[in-house]
Design a protein around this ligand. Structure first.
Ligand code: KIV
Length: 273
């Protein structure tokens, strides 16, 4: 029996246990069935169907344009390809900000139609009442503070958070309030390592999952396309590590196919009926 078969299904309790035992949590994004099937075999704790789909799948310049329907389609595909990892759906821009009722209904759609087991909601103190109600409705929520990409225009660009006292205070207060609301985990994005360490130490039951937030979080998340080299040319944030360089492999394979078709080498008799 493979290691993967012995692995138990990850639930939000796994996050709690891992935090309590000081075991690091690994999260990756996924957007489709085929990739989810592969990633689920790696032992990854959770697959986040990030609204970064807007950038890396749909080619937009920000996460803002992606809709609920598109995110549900991505989530359902990932859920169909996932057996062990926790599937978390990212609530897109304007799916939760207008009202608590909107947030509850859209979060519910991710579980009912998308097969997600949790949702992620961006925002600190100001989003806490909404997040509390979503959780009260039985929907696990991963919070997300620091550089929250849906507010990119308010930040005026991808600026590292938690550098000034005011920002540090806001981040810590937000993290504590999100834990009190019942978030099982929380993304800490693009912030000073010192403040993410302080937040991680202060939280007793909510696991911190960093991206560009230093080594002291309870876990880390990266965008799958980024670690496979499937990025925009020239885009290489400091926190992204290259684990593979797929573009040359894909280009070489596809070029060979194009060549074989043009020269008549594909298909052979064996590849025909
Ligand atoms: O959408 C996304 O991929 C995310 C991660 C970067 C945390 O929110």
């Amino acid at each position: 029996m493979s290691v993967v078969h012995k692995r138990r299904k990850t639930t939000i309790n796994t996050f709690l246990q891992k935090k309590a035992q000081g075991e690091k949590i690994a999260v990756l994004t996924a957007y489709d069935y085929s990739m989810a099937r592969l990633l689920d075999q790696t032992g990854v704790d959770a697959l986040l169907v990030g609204d970064s789909a807007a950038n890396v799948v749909h080619g937009y310049g920000s996460t803002l344009p992606v809709s609920m329907d598109v995110m549900i389609a991505h989530t359902a595909a990932v859920a169909r390809g996932t057996d062990k990892a926790l599937v978390i759906a990212d609530m897109p821009f304007m799916s939760f900000q207008p009202s608590t009722e909107t947030a509850i209904l859209n979060a519910g759609r991710f579980l009912k139609e998308g097969g997600a087991e949790a949702v992620k909601i961006e925002g600190g103190l100001e989003m806490v009442p909404t997040i509390r109600r979503v959780i009260e409705c039985g929907i696990p929520v991963m919070g997300h503070i620091g550089l929250t990409p849906q507010s990119i225009h308010r930040f005026g660009g991808p600026k590292v958070q938690g550098r000034e006292e005011r920002s540090k205070h806001y981040l810590l207060e937000s993290a504590l309030a999100l834990e009190d609301a019942g978030c099982f985990a929380m993304v800490l994005e693009l912030m000073e390592s010192g403040i993410s360490m302080q937040i991680t130490k202060a939280l007793k039951t909510t696991a911190t999952i960093g991206i560009g937030a230093g080594p002291d979080c309870d876990g880390q998340v990266l965008v799958i396309n980024d670690i496979l080299g499937l990025r925009e040319p020239g885009f290489k944030p400091r926190f992204v590590r290259d684990y593979a360089d797929l573009p040359p492999i894909i280009i070489e394979a596809a070029s060979r196919f194009v060549g074989d078709v043009r020269s008549g080498k594909y298909p052979t008799k064996d590849e025909s009926f």
